[in-house]
Design a protein around this ligand. Sequence first.
Ligand code: 0A1
Ligand code: ZN
Length: 883
Amino acid sequence: MPDSSTPPRTIRLADYRLPDFLIDAVDLAFDLREDGATVTSRLTMRRNPATSDPAAPLVLDGQDLKLTGIALDGEALGANRYTVDAEHLTVTDLPGVFTLDITTEIAPQQNTTMQGLYTSGGNFCTQCEAEGFRHITYYLDRPDILARYTTTIVADKAKYPVLLSNGNPVETTDLGGGRHRAKWEDPFPKPSYLFALVAGDLVAVEDSFTTRSGRDIALKIFTRRGDHTKVDHAMRALKASMAWDEQVYGFEYDLDLFMIVAVSDFNMGAMENKGLNIFNTALVLASRETATDGDFQRVESVVAHEYFHNWTGNRITCRDWFQLSLKEGLTVFRDQEFSGDMNSRPVQRITDVRRLRAIQFPEDGGPIAHPIRPESYIEINNFYTPTVYEKGAEVIRMIHTLIGPERYRKGMDLYVARHDGQAATCENFVAAMEDASGTDLKLFRRWYSQAGTPEIVVEDSWDDAAGRYSLTLRQSTGPTPGQPDKQPLHIPFALGLLDAQGRDLPVRLAGEAAPAAGTRVLSLTAAEQRFDFDGLAARPVPSLFRGFSAPIKLAPQPRDRLAFLFAHDSDPFNRWEAGQQLATQLLLEGVAARKAGQDWRLDAEFVAAIGRLLDDPALDAAFIAEATALPGESFLADQMRVIDVEGIHAVREAARLAVATALRDRLLAVYRANDDHGPFDVSAAAVGKRALKNAALSYLGLLRDDAEATALVLAQARGAQTMTDVLAALTVLRDRDIPERAQVLQDFYDRWQDEPLVIDKWFALQATSSLPGTLDAIRALTRHPAFTLRNPNRARALISSLAMGNPLHFHAADGAGYAFLADQVLALNAANPQLAARILVPLGRWQRHDPGRQAAMQAQLDRILAAPDLSRDVYEIAAKSRA
Ligand code: 0A1
Ligand code: ZN
């Protein structure tokens, strides 16, 4: 615990109060030096007319600050008028309107937390969301305080030629003596979490965008020298995002300048500071040689995400941090739709659902489950979660599905008309959608307050005489911490009915006129509900929750139905899903058989179905790659009451080998047919070909005694021209104990040692190996000269890759994986609490492991909780995980 006696304070949504004071303008001046920085701040303030206490003191937030000056309306303030404690500066007896001048000294060079002002690679940068600004100066550091900012930066001209902040540059001055000054003005009132400053030796790649009303916007992407060759893709994505947001939402950019800065030390992906987005290098730099197709797609989506925040987050921000999903869920939904328009839409949906299931479902079923609008927190940084982001996006998507795209757009227009320039709530958003669409969303609002993944059971029946087909749906949500009893939710149920040839039939509710054939969106609103469908000549095959129309778990369906849908469903998502569900049933049967000491083989019919998909000319290559991959180990684990770590791994590998053996020649043909050596691009077609080729390779690579297959893998590992191909081959070698493995890995390291993002891949690759001895190898890698816990990307590459991407070794029965993770959490606790808390999360997922593993995981949580000087971040996750 932070203080040895008292547990840290819990902040509650129910305690929200309007601020007693408002800040109209902020004038900041930064003097940046090698030994620290001086920050002077002039706040133009007044009492909030909406609150009533005329005697309320002003309580400003501030941490790790040295206060060296304070003046009220230009006069130094007497010591009897203010007090300072570890987290606040309190000033009493203030008039209705006043200016406050505050000077603080801070130590950016010593700041390893990566919040507030810190240095990365010798440059200064900031991260203020959620509560970083209070590490820069005393302030009302809450998102409902919107102020106009002016920022002046003074620094050494040779070391920091580039000085940036939000808004527009208004002045640059050479001060002599090797120093210079820049002044920036942001005309849009903003909360402190959107403030940013960058000072460094950076190069810019420049471009421009003309908005639909004809304004020219200058676009600049800043990187360290050398990296500027890797920003073309980000720039293209930025321009595409700007155009898309105008077309789809009517949102035009509002400043004359939009800047992105790439920094290599960053806790998260990127940050939407007004006019000055700051990015983790991993999410902005991409080149054919150094980035995979997946990296290219992530860059595109994160560039879009941060750009889209300009309207959903910046123009309309959050009243308080409980409303985080107001901007994050909405903006993730927007970036997912953008990516769907830029790439293969079905594959985008598959990728997004895979991700939701991989990271959000376990969270929703574990000890830190919370609604997308949480009701309490200890440390807000712990609530930038898959639930707030990814489930939040599903909630917006459900509104979109229920009311349809036109009414959704009307709802967005109304939301902006009502709240532009304000700090709003999730309730404001839903109310706008409700009012604009005329759809009652009363019940739907429960998605905001109820945690947990609903489980749905569907039963069907057929009345031949009446030509009537009936579906009965039952929904239930299991208890989550603090929410023992759940209520039924309003769940959009997208349904298709297929005839025996796989053709879509009209989905006609009893008593209705026949609609056109195809998907129909129905509403499930009760715990149990029956739907009757008329006008059918024969019993149809139902395709349930098409496109994953709600973030639910559907109970296992009959195998013959899944096999039929896997072969025929016209909804590509559900076709993929049927294959995954079928494979899951088969594999789990294998796990049970193995446990009982029985023989098991992968169903030959299923293997044949994979074979038919492989070279189906009617299908898109990227889709085939997805549809022929077996569900991952973590997904399978999530379907078991007590997880069989080794069983899942062994059975899944045996099944993959069975596919590879049976389909060897077809896989080889698919590999060759998709091995394209034309000019490189990241078009959907080219990406799809590489994905399919490498899907084939990952099967072929399992054929240990097949010299031709092994030669193919080695040749690709050594000679491929794209990182996608090199990494696909290395991923095969990662799990193969052959003499060439070590040399190929060493060559890769030697070639890329000066490219940190590629070296991250090198660490991650080794951390995800299934070979025996992997944990020892990981421990040895912590002593590699290129390893450091201080760089979040590097730390995650080794540690989180093990904890989240290597269940076999993380969950080693002797508990060594858990002890290793706890060691790293404790090593990071003081230096970077945010990162420490994040990497700790997998240790809390002990509930469905066997008693031995449960005890081992709990012992490590106890060890963490017993450590002195635990940060709030780590305390909150460890304490909740242990409970
Ligand atoms: N708002 C950013 C995410 C972000 C959150 C917190 C950070 O530091 C603690 C940094 C970035 C986004 O959604 O992209
Ligand atoms: Zn965001």
